[in-house]
Design a protein around this ligand. Sequence first.
Ligand SMILES: [Zn+2]
Ligand SMILES: [Zn+2]
Length: 177
Amino acid sequence: MNKQSILLISHGNFEKVFLEKIAKDISHEFLYPVYLEESSIDISDFYDPMRRQYDGNRLLIEINSFTSPGFTKKVGLFRVDLFIPILTYIFGQATFKGSSGLASLYRLRNEQYGMPKDDIVLLNRFKKVIIHELGHTLGLIHCHIPSCVMRSSTYVEDIDQKSHNLCINCRTKIGMV
Ligand SMILES: [Zn+2]
Ligand SMILES: [Zn+2]
């Protein structure tokens, strides 16, 4: 197995404890070390005033250009609403077999759907999106096993129904079994 390490680059104010929990769970899932860094870039440059959302494709390019010696995977963490031209919104995206991904908790918040704020639900959803996107960077495609984190998710309900784990098939494909 290749020696991998993951850098989570947060944009905007995230609670330190929240990020640390995520880093720990991601590290458990992949058995790679996970590190945290705060970004200082101004994401207003990526705002699309017509859509009132942030451009996920351009942000992914930005994360990819972020120099991070020693890290094989980088995931940008955001709090804002992200889109790509063909979709109304995205929870996250990644470069297939690449080094970069991104995820936003904006559409993962219960408040977005008129439900009470729930930090545990939010943490679990965000963790699943990040693990899913990291799976794509490792060359995994969408999986049909209902509980597998690589199952595709359009709505938060889809995310809630799957686990944060890779199924045995997916783990085998990336050499973790
Ligand atoms: Zn996917
Ligand atoms: Zn799977």
